[in-house]
Write a protein that binds this ligand. Structure first.
Ligand code: AMP
Length: 126
């Protein structure tokens, strides 16, 4: 199910539950700003999700409402995760879906990191 950008944060979403430790995740990194874990349905050999430790629906919400230290700490963590996973030499792609047209499924801000093969064109031509 997709979500719209104007939606109020609902802390029953699956990533909020992962942050609270209520359901398991294959963690790769965490600090005070961010938590990173393997996607349950990987779309590339490496497919990791990075989520901020705060109640934001999407980038539309995060970019307006998150405090500056969290915005900086989160985006720095995205780069840190890629580096820690050894992805810089081969390259990687980050992607964030925000709202309905992007088919955002989980209404907690997240960034996908894809790597491990030639990733092809940026958007499907289909
Ligand atoms: P999006 O369409 O950007 O909202 O992507 C949501 C992503 O979350 C998808 O790639 C799912 O495979 C992934 N996902 C959903 N539930 C879990 C979970 N419990 N653990 C890890 N990844 C998940």
């Amino acid at each position: 199910m997709s979500v719209s950008n104007g939606e109020t944060y609902n802390d029953s979403n699956i990533f909020a539950r992962i942050l609270r430790g209520e359901i398991p995740a294959r963690m790769v990194f965490q600090n005070e700003f961010a938590f990173a874990f393997h996607d349950i349905n990987p779309q590339a050999p490496v497919h990791v999700l990075v989520i901020p430790k705060g109640p934001y629906v999407s980038l539309a919400d995060f970019s307006v409402h998150a405090p500056d230290d969290l915005v900086v700490g989160f985006w720095r963590a995205v780069g840190d995760v890629a580096r820690l996973l050894g992805l810089e030499e081969g390259g990687y792609r980050i992607l964030t879906n925000a709202g309905q047209d992007a088919h955002q499924e989980v209404p907690h801000m997240h960034v996908h990191i894809f790597a491990g093969k030639a990733l092809g064109p940026m958007l499907s031509r289909g």
